[in-house]
Design a protein around this ligand. Structure first.
Ligand SMILES: [Zn+2]
Length: 392
């Protein structure tokens, strides 16, 4: 049912002629199951001529965002107002406040306009520190008032700021400031501080909560992919580590058997997920096919060893002890295919493994193989943490 609904919704609305988010050029969908088992879809959409932060002006970016998503509670009684209030209004739950404050950062601060918040342009770290302190002070006043249960629902932004004793110009300046990174601050009234941004066409068609976010950078996109691709398997990797630790003195073979059996017996699935898997329904779908090609130099590339029975039949001096991989077959393609290779390669994007590119120490290969990414230390560490990789 969910799959059918999602397929139709995607085909007819998102990728259809209605263009509720602009013309779709590419997409990637992954279905995941929540704690209680209900499926939901994580989706990345590529929209034709979407502006890029730091390439296009902020005005172009915010115009694009405002065109497709809003936080407004419709004044007029009707379906949309009911849907916004019942499906897009955040209510704290035990899981969202697991780490103290709400992990979705609700309630969100009101803002007269949609803007892109960034790090300070000041070079002097002392001045930057001072700015951040002012921001924290402003935020704590605003936050206190947002949590005030006696706050009139229809209070205007000006009255809200007067009540919080914050100067409107200073507030606007502070909304634009980030300690690190970038963030979209959406236009919203104080009464809309609990509203999860929505697209009216999507909400009226999908009839369930959705969370639309404009992606600010390639790094943020990778972070999103890795966070959600690995999330559900965290518990199992902890378990496998534990089993490996417990058997660390055993022989390699028996250790592997124990870890393998723990893996097979302990993967917890909900009934919905079990149904999905038993019916072999795909959990991933994308507009482009991706083939992983291990481009590490040949001598350090991982290959699959032929089975013992085959090896025994071979001559003693025969060095072909590995199965041929897709890459081997591509490298030894007949000349006849040479003129077609452009087409053949374009049909599936070959993502060159970073490992291979870094091993060649040639960073110019990165843009050629799917885009250059600026990696700084902090980002890499945070990515490692999200992927559950810890430095030992
Ligand atoms: Zn919450």
């Amino acid at each position: 049912m969910f799959k059918h609904r999602l397929d139709i919704f995607f085909k007819e609305l998102i990728a259809g002629k209605a263009n509720p988010l602009g013309r779709l050029t590419d997409y990637m969908i992954r279905i995941e199951f929540q704690a209680r088992g209900s499926p939901h879809a994580h989706t990345i959409l590529w929209i034709e001529s979407a502006p890029k932060v730091n390439v296009n002006s902020d005005e172009e970016v915010t115009n694009f965002i405002n065109k497709y998503q809003k936080c407004a509670i419709p004044e007029k009684d009707g379906d949309l107002r009911n849907l916004v209030l019942s499906l897009q209004r955040h209510v704290h739950s035990a899981t969202c406040r697991r780490r103290g404050s709400c992990r979705f950062n609700f309630p969100h601060p009101p803002s007269a306009e949609t803007l892109i918040a960034r790090e300070s342009e000041e070079e002097d770290p002392i001045i930057v520190d001072r700015e951040i302190k002012v921001k924290q002070e402003v935020c704590s006043r605003v936050r206190k008032l947002m949590d005030d249960k006696d706050l009139p629902e229809d209070i205007s932004l000006d009255d809200f700021l007067t009540k919080a004793e914050v100067d409107p110009d200073l507030y606007h300046q502070m909304l634009k400031l980030m300690k690190s990174g970038k963030q979209v601050v959406l236009q919203r009234q104080p009464s809309e501080r609990w509203i999860n941004q929505y697209n009216p066409s999507i909400l009226q068609t999908w009839w369930a909560n959705h969370d639309l976010q404009f992606i600010l950078s390639p790094e943020a996109c990778i972070m999103y992919v890795t966070s959600y691709m690995t999330k559900s398997e965290r518990a199992i990797s902890e378990l496998l580590n534990k089993v490996a630790q417990e058997n660390k003195d055993s022989e390699l073979k028996s250790k592997l058997r124990k870890v393998g059996s723990a893996f097979l017996q302990n993967r917890e699935v909900s009934s919905q997920e079990a149904a999905f898997r038993l019916l072999s329904l795909p959990l991933k779908r994308a507009s482009r096919k991706v083939v992983f090609a291990n481009t590490a130099p040949k001598d350090i590339r991982v290959s699959m060893l032929k089975p013992h029975s085959l090896l025994q039949e071979m001559d003693d001096d025969d060095e072909n002890i590995f199965f041929t991989s897709a890459l081997d077959r591509y490298a030894s393609r007949p000349d006849l295919l040479e003129n077609m290779s452009g087409k053949a390669v374009n049909r599936s994007i070959i993502i060159a493994a970073d490992k291979g590119i870094l091993a060649y120490k040639n960073p110019t290969l990165l843009p050629k193989n799917g885009g250059s990414i600026h990696l700084d230390r902090g980002w890499a560490q945070s990515l490692m943490k999200r992927m559950n990789l810890v430095k030992r």
